[in-house]
Design a protein around this ligand. Sequence first.
Ligand SMILES: [Zn+2]
Length: 458
Amino acid sequence: MVTGSKHLLDLPDGKRVLLDCGMFQGEGPASDALNRRFGFDPKSIDVLVLSHAHIDHSGLIPRLVAEGFHGPIFATPATLDLCEILLADSAYIQENDFRYDAKRAKKQNRAMTEIGPLYTSADVDSAMNLFRIIPYDAPTEILPGVTLTFIDAGHILGSASVHLTVAGREGVRRITFSGDVGRYVARLVEPPKPFPQADVIICESTYGDRDHSEPSGSVRELLGHVQRVCVEQQGRLIIPAFSVGRTQEILYELNKFFNDGLLPRVPVFVDSPLSINATAIYRKHSELLRPDIRKELKSDQDLFGFPGVEYVREARRSKELNTRKGPSITIAASGMMDAGRIRHHLLHGLPDPNNAILIVGFCAPGTFGERLLKRPETVKMYGEVVPVRAAILTMDSYSAHGDRGELLQWISCQDPALVKQVFLVHGAEPALHGLREVYSEHGFRNIQIPEQGQRFEV
Ligand SMILES: [Zn+2]
């Protein structure tokens, strides 16, 4: 499973710590069913530790609370701010989808399969009240004998690896959960930091079998796409992007082109209220940005905005963009294209050969994005068969996930002889096996790839 991250630690004294509470993403009833059953009793969890705000790590927190969890939720300050907007948005989507399904069921004269939305805005409010913030590098006792330290994971604003020390009868056990590991190349946020020696490591492996292309080439590549699609073909460049992270990376890049006089005169639309709010949080926590970017802030107060950028909040304006003539760049969510305003841009944009869809992020198996990456002749959307004539372009250099080499760099702060167990999670089969190979070549032993729901003694 690539999405829906959740790891449960049963401590010797009977306490239970949940690491992340992510939502499964994908189309159809299979993901919905996975999101409706935890496989454990939420009431039995004592504390939740959250690595970062992305929905595939945080998205089921309100459901956990609705089902009886009432312990503290530990997160970094920026993660709290981002969760506030991401979870509210997620509840809005759940409620809307449910209403839409109910309407359709009534029209088709059939019974509803689901009894209600996954969660509501009220559930989000209850969940937000449980958040407790802990900054990076500040060891904090979260349960008797259990100390938590967040270490910057360099993935998105506020993202952390989780380092726990647990005192037990046989001494202290040190457990590190990677969260999502970011990049060591120049990006908005600082690179991942080394973490204290661990006995047990739970590590993500999204790109465990691949290396990304050079980021220095990406600048020219992005500019090349803008030039070709928007200037030469007078078409629309549609960029599906996560509202948190990717959108800000792209905006920052475009802003730099603008400052350097390189950006052609093309309107840029950021069509996502969530992205607008998330961008404001990036501005608020600018102390977490890379030092050279913080310096840039002195000469350019707004690194995510420039003349020609329009932030689109109103749904009415978003609809106008769907049929707008002339070249433009549109950034909209969601990144995997299963939901959000991007769907309407695709519906209207895919049939035109002058347009291009630029995929800059990871698309998990089973998502619409993954289907589009196979460049089909047609796709089905909203009950319509839509021809895919627009070019499907990809760039992996904007990835917020470390590649194989970076996952190795992340773990290289450890003495492999002292690490007793490594668990590889959060990746597709080839990535998991690829990373296992790399880690074992570098001396790590006992590397396991757990099945969903599998239990281990550590
Ligand atoms: Zn993430």
